[in-house]
Design a protein around this ligand. Sequence first.
Ligand code: CUA
Length: 368
Amino acid sequence: MPGPMGPLARAIGLLAVFALVVSACGGEYPQSSIDPHSDFAETIHGLYWIVFVWSMVILAVVWALLAYVLIRFRDRPGAERPKQTHGNLRLEIAWTLGPALIVVAIAVPTIRAVFETQPSDPEGAMVVEVIGHQFWWEFRYPEAGVVTANELRLPVGRPVSLRLSSADVIHSFWVPMLGGKRDANPLVRKPEGEPPDYNWLHFTVREPGEYMGQCAEFCGPSHSLMGTRVVAESPEEFDAWLESWQSSAPTEDPPDAASLPEGLDPILVQQGREIFHSQTCVACHAIQGTNAQGQVAPNLTLMGQRTKIAAGWLDNSVEDLERWIRAPRDVKPGALMPGVGEAGGNWPATGLTDEQVRAVAQYLSSLR
Ligand code: CUA
């Protein structure tokens, strides 16, 4: 007769193989929530491990008991009926107390993590206003007077405090490698003198890098296309970027080929500038140092530096910019920007020709 340990050992072996297979799922996943790169994400990750380990302990105990019972009390030819038991006080106490202790073991670190990640107003943190829009993110650095969209630049090693709100419906800001998601809610009007109820998100990024995020609250037809990208760089690089933003002022003189990034045509760039700044573009978009001071659409200062457009769903190439300018809703259903032949956001169709679209794309691409 095989002893109960044979199958049990096999079960443990299988479990080990399973663990190995699952561990092979690691790798380059830009939105992995088990690859922490900030203090906030590490706190959550620690919690995840506590719950995971306890779950594994419970799984092992249950499987071991199950295997034991299945083998030890299985039916055999000529076997007698096993002894029938009704009620066992010691067992009852054990399986009430055991789970209660496990709940406590999980609850204590969970509550601690909740308080750790919800400080009221961290001292010395750099405030960034994060505003969700259908379907893009706006980032405002109030101390520096800098505004950007979709790509959030942050300094490594400096605590940041994200102040979350929304311009329309509820969104949720989530960059898994940097921490948990948190809702960006439309602000409720408060009596005079009372501060608005922002949601906050605080963390310190540990290493430089790019961290991908995704809106995590269903917000309309292009919810799934509402990405974000966090660029974490050294404090020096970050300060230099703030400075270049603040001093950015595209000249009105025709650009010369040498000062333009490769592949851009000075004549088209100049044409694009004229079109952009004389058309309805400036009613919604802003470019630092120009007449474009619109506040409802993404700020396009240093636009050419971004690696992606359309909240992460198109490359920032002249071709993709053209595609976007021509028909934004073909890329992102529900986007407010008017296209060449389609009204949008209370504005009529732009009616730009292919050549004009190319010129505007070249101009935007030149803003670096
Ligand atoms: Cu914004 Cu979903």
